[in-house]
Design a protein around this ligand. Structure first.
Ligand SMILES: Cc1ncc(COP(=O)(O)O)c(C=O)c1O
Length: 418
């Protein structure tokens, strides 16, 4: 173990052993085993800095944002709007007002599908998705096309887990009004070529919306360089609190969208028969928002920026390469690309015909937390002829020694089932 620790301390430019000290939950044990948490694609753990920022908001500054002019009200508003500015900087957005706060990507994609889709789509129009989308970038569109008469189309996948772009010309046409695509698949790990896809969509006059739930935690991002029109992100997968996150949108696109929630603070004036709305982003933030959570998200971003997003990505690539090598050597069937430079650290696999749920159960007994199931990506499961996969997913605090622990536990699981 000491030898392993010595070789795994620095992974891809991160001093992993040192930063693990920032995450109190990583000292937990499972029975007599140290916790090996390999489920960060579902949700990440939170460093003290984030936990403290959220608690400090409640302890010292708690009030509703954009309401009271008393001291605490001003402080809460400043903290909330400061968080918006931090998110805008992190995403490379031109100004804080291009960031709408939401409770995460599910809410963001529903806002796009309903707020944009119901206003702009009609019969004969098409919405283009891909077969690697999470259900939160499929189901909202199914609801919208049912209401508008538009049609859904899907980009298929190659056997290697990439987008099959060979038929892009017939799928992306002047009938396509919006192309909504993941930046990184949570089921396959695949990173999609966003700039290339945005250019292709814009060439036919379509907008591009991105589900960046898995991309923003793991990779430097610049929404202006990518030239995407809308991009949903989530805080809880990038060291931030649950119910934090948002939607970036180009100013004219946000202005052309309707709010999802009518109510307090999103209005300009209310009359008996109609209301006028505030400009974006405020018209989309009806009711009391998750204020402390967005403040916690800003602390998470500060933490990630201090690590350096290039280092975060380098660590991800290195540990994913190590995990792929070890899994393939051990005889696992891995779904998704095998080249770590074009994928993230969510690694889906089958191990020697042991059902994923059995694997996850046995691994838990060894302290290793992986996920088993369809990962809210049933189109991916259907494409590859399985009902579920086991999935190990990595983040900044994971070491190659933890990958070794998983492989040992997998071998024990196989011994039990054979
Ligand atoms: C690719 C992808 N999209 C969307 C979501 C949903 O995100 P949220 O939990 O922020 O609603 C997830 C969460 O697992 C995801 O992995």
């Amino acid at each position: 173990m000491s030898e392993q620790t010595a070789t795994t301390q620095h992974v891809g430019g991160l001093d992993v052993d040192a930063l693990r000290g920032d995450f109190p939950i990583l000292t937990r044990t499972v029975g007599e085993h140290p916790l090996v948490y390999l489920d960060s694609a579902a949700t990440s753990h939170k460093p003290n800095r984030v936990i403290d920022a959220e608690a400090d908001f409640y302890r010292r500054h708690n009030a509703n944002a954009h309401r009271g002019i008393h001291m605490l009200g001003e402080e809460a508003t400043q903290a909330y709007e400061g968080a918006r500015a931090t998110v805008a900087r992190f995403l490379g957005a031109p100004e804080p007002e291009t960031i709408v706060f939401t409770r995460g990507v599910t809410e963001s994609m529903n806002l796009v599908a309903q707020g944009w889709g119901r206003r702009h789509l009609r019969e004969g129009d098409e919405v283009l998705l891909t077969e690697m989308e999470h259900h939160s970038n499929i189901v909202p569109w199914q609801m919208t096309v049912a209401a508008t008469g538009a049609t859904l189309r899907y980009i298929p996948l190659t056997d290697d887990g990439l987008l099959d772009l060979s038929q892009l010309g017939s799928l992306l046409t002047e009938r396509t009004k919006i192309f909504s695509v993941t930046g990184m698949s949570n089921a396959l790990g695949t990173i999609t070529p966003l700039r290339q896809l945005a250019d292709a969509a814009h060439a036919v006059g379509a907008l591009v919306a991105v589900d960046a739930a898995q991309l923003t935690p793991h990779s430097p991002i610049d929404v202006q360089a990518l030239d995407v029109d809308l991009l949903g992100f989530t805080g809880h997968k990038m060291l931030g609190p649950t119910a934090s996150g948002g939607l970036y949108g180009k100013v004219d696109v946000l202005e052309s969208m309707d709010p999802l929630l009518g109510g307090g603070e999103m209005i300009h004036e209310v009359f008996p028969d109609h209301s006028t709305y505030k400009p974006a982003p405020y018209k989309f933030e009806g009711g009391t928002m998750p204020i402390a959570q967005q403040v916690g998200l800003a602390a998470a971003i500060d933490y990630l920026e201090a690590l350096g997003m290039a280092n975060v990505r380098a660590h991800e690539e290195e540990i994913t390469r190590y995990a792929l090598d070890r899994l393939l050597d051990a005889g696992a069937t891995v779904f998704g690309p095998k080249d770590p430079s074009i994928r993230g650290g969510a690694v889906s696999f089958w191990f020697k015909d042991v059902h994923p749920h059995d694997l996850a159960t046995i691994l838990n007994e060894e302290g290793v937390a992986i996920r088993a199931g369809h990962h809210c990506a049933q189109l991916v499961m259907r494409r590859y002829g399985v009902s579920a996969t086991a999935r190990a997913s990595f983040y900044v605090y994971n070491t190659t020694a933890e990958v070794d622990a998983m492989i040992d536990a997998l071998n024990r699981a196989q011994a039990i089932f054979s």
